[in-house]
Design a protein around this ligand. Sequence first.
Ligand code: GLN
Length: 264
Amino acid sequence: MKKSLSLLLIGLLILGLVAVSGCTDTAGTTGTDDETVSEMPVYVVGTEPYFPPFEYADENNSNEIIGFDIDLINAIAADQGFEVTWKDLEFDALIPALQSGQIDIIASGMTITEAREESVDFSAPYINAGLALAVAANNNDIQSVDDIQGKVAVVQQGSTGAAKADELKAQGLISEVIYLAHVSDVIMSLQNGRGDLTINDLPVTNAFISQNPGVIKIVDDQIQSESYGFAVRTGNTELLNMLNEGLANVQADGTYDQITDKYF
Ligand code: GLN
């Protein structure tokens, strides 16, 4: 008697399990079937989202990252048939994250440089963005790059602006270089007098000035000419080709111009 009861219970349990898994299967148009519908590869894109207008938090929904790079990668992904997920990282953590496989693509206003080309592969350049020299709006001391002798530079850690400041320090011009994580911190430090000048990407400096007029001003808008590229792991030619092909396509079909009009 006891034995048949437990057999019955086991039987009911099995029936229940079958029913439950049956349910998931029917409801599973989103589960199992989805995998057949969406066989698109998913790539993880790393970005430092404090760099308007290229990547920044939407002011209406701070959980969402928007910007020129975001729209451009999304357009390329749609053109090439892949999907992306985004990962926020500090700027100087992006290349190590790419190398270790944590991310597959860097889209973060990253300048193509020879030094970086030793660690990553870059796409074709997708925009020109040189370096500008900026100071606090009320600074009358520094009118151009000729007035930086003995001054303190504040720059974004790991950026080409930081590399330029290091170079000017090595030449005995700038006396000290302070490195901070985000451009917003850099600008605040000019505002509160911790530093005298910054060297940062012109479009980003311009975007800050138009959002917050009267805080800083540009005294030299082209101390170095640069171009941005998307980066992939060295040798990942399959993904690099997709990025380059997609970029060429969205440039040819007008999407690139629409994105430019939206953010500039
Ligand atoms: N373009 C600069 C660089 O590549 C800064 C980029 C950034 O801070 N997102 O170093």
